[in-house]
Design a binder for this molecule. Structure first.
Ligand code: CTP
Ligand code: MG
Length: 167
């Protein structure tokens, strides 16, 4: 039990920049979409209005800042550079998830349970692993607990009026 708790704590500490990068755009995003309102030949948007330039930039800044704070005041696996990679990976993974959702005809904000919760973690771990690969235990915790934490966080930001749907 104690082992599981410390692994969960390690996992949260490791992935924190990705979470912040994923959550910042909900509050600070908006404005012109990354895809410039363009459609692909299938008639659907490339990414959609939910992926904005401002969201991308503020997400990277927010996530990297947390990684820097972790590094300066405590320590974090791989240092601040990994925080930057995790943030970038989270935002790219999130965009790839939206790209996939548009291709199967889901419009902006329509849920795709599983993908919605794991796309950003997968992107973060993949890019982060260029510099720092978490232990297998941490990895397992990330992919099991992350969907649950993500749903909880979205539920809260929905109740606070930042988000339309709780997913
Ligand atoms: N957001 C943003 N820019 C990004 C990512 C997110 O502005 N690069 C903001 C948008 O306001 C978005 C919100 O964060 O609506 C929540 O993100 P998410 O749930 O990923 O987007 P959805 O609106 O659900 O769109 P999609 O169906 O493409 O996932
Ligand atoms: Mg969504």
């Amino acid at each position: 039990m104690y082992g599981l708790l410390t692994t969960i704590a390690d996992a949260v500490w490791f992935i924190l920049p990705a979470y912040i990068a994923n959550g910042t755009p909900v509050i600070f995003g908006g404005g012109p979409p990354i895809d410039g309102h363009k459609n692909l030949p299938d008639g659907n948007r490339v990414f959609g209005d939910g992926k904005t330039i401002l969201g991308f930039v503020t997400g990277i800044i927010g996530g990297s800042f947390i990684g820097l704070v972790q590094t300066l005041f405590w320590s974090r696996p791989g240092g601040w550079e990994v925080g930057l990679l995790l943030s970038l990976g989270a935002l790219i993974g999130d965009m790839m998830g939206s790209f996939f959702k548009r291709r199967i005809g889901l419009s902006r904000g329509e849920p795709l349970p599983g993908l919605d919760q794991l796309e950003f973690i997968a992107g973060a771990v993949i890019l982060g692993s260029l510099l720092s690969f978490p232990s297998w235990e941490v990895l397992a915790v990330l992919f099991v607990f992350t969907p649950l934490i993500h749903l909880g966080a979205n539920f809260v930001s929905c109740k606070m009026g930042f988000k339309q749907e709780p997913y």
